[in-house]
Design a protein around this ligand. Sequence first.
Ligand code: ARG
Length: 441
Amino acid sequence: MKKQLWNKGFQPDELIENFTVGRDRELDLRLARYDVQGSMAHIRMLREIGLLTQEELDTLLPALEEIAAEIERGEFRIEDGVEDVHSQVEFMLTDRLGDLGKKIHSGRSRNDQVLVDLKLFFRDELKRIAYAVELLFNRLLELSERHKDVLMPGYTHLQVAMPSSFGLWFGAYAESLVDDLQMVKAAYCIADQNPLGSAAGYGSSFPLDREMTTRLLGFADLHYNVVAAQMSRGKTERALAAAVAAVASTLGHLAMDVCMWMCGNFGFVSFPDELTTGSSIMPHKKNPDVFEIMRGKCNRLQALPNELALLTANLPLGYNRDLQLMKDIVFPATDELVDCLMTADFMLGQIRVKEGITDDVKYDYMFTVEDVNRLVLEGVPFRDAYRRIGEMVQRGEYKPTREVKHTHLGSIGNPANDRIRTKMENLLSGFNWEGYPAPGE
Ligand code: ARG
């Protein structure tokens, strides 16, 4: 039996129904708890403006709480024949309370309902991402400190260039994550605005108290202009996608480095056997599949902003059903990113770095700039010193002193990890949120 909120006495064609509902019955489950929260705030406000009596509110709220509890217990389903989470909740209320259930939708449309659900959901998803970013950040900074003095070659053009260190390598990704978290914060701020009351996208003739629902739902502000509120569908997703892509770009890059450093020709890092994978034919193989999958996933995640841009490009102003499809793109992406971040943290917890890499003669030329600089300190003009060492290299007579003394801020000897940590702490304390969602939420 089909149940549509918009039933006007005819049954829509089955094919049309399936095509338009798409994956909503499954994806909307993630919005269920937020949908109920939104409804609670909405009906409290309806009571305030006289569209519900206190008695009605006192009947509706416990019924919604009961549905919320069913959601938390994992018992909530969107029945076959019901389009989406918004319809399911309203039908459940009507089944349980009769005509009173039909009153809650005054001054509201599914357009602002899904918007408010999404904004509440995205806030939590962005918190989850921030939590996982912070976790990996701490891991990287700890590794940077621990391996501060272990030298490794630095490359440009993938040719041996200058001395670098594991301290710099790990710390570089930690600091990069701080920039990415700025994007997460920006996306969070955009999501943290109440769209409720915009209804179908043009407001309502009821005197809705939008500041009240903003307060009740804990939004930092509201999207005042009802048309802007509707426009924020898509815009919010694109901001979130930019943040996801930024983190993914950093993590994908790190995954590539690990794959390369694990290659036998480098052999800079290794992992315990049980964290590697094997080959069905070559008995010696210990492969970096984890970091390859991570690299691939992170590369795919970077397509997210493009996918959303193409999906929403040039849509006419106001609600269009195309917007529904963003859920298919965005929902799996945040899970994927958090999974990659947590896996990276787990793997790096067991990484082993090789000491003494740069003692190998194949890295001798990595020290040429150190020796040029030494001559400069002895009073030789830089260009002459450069030429002198260059000619020694040409004649095959260059012997490195292997002494590396970098002291400036952010260099091998002074990676400024405390400053990087302060940057992160300042950023995190600027978020308008009360902690992270509980694990598993
Ligand atoms: N499933 C819809 C979506 O995600 C809910 C809003 C439906 N609104 C409508 N006018 N058909 O966009």
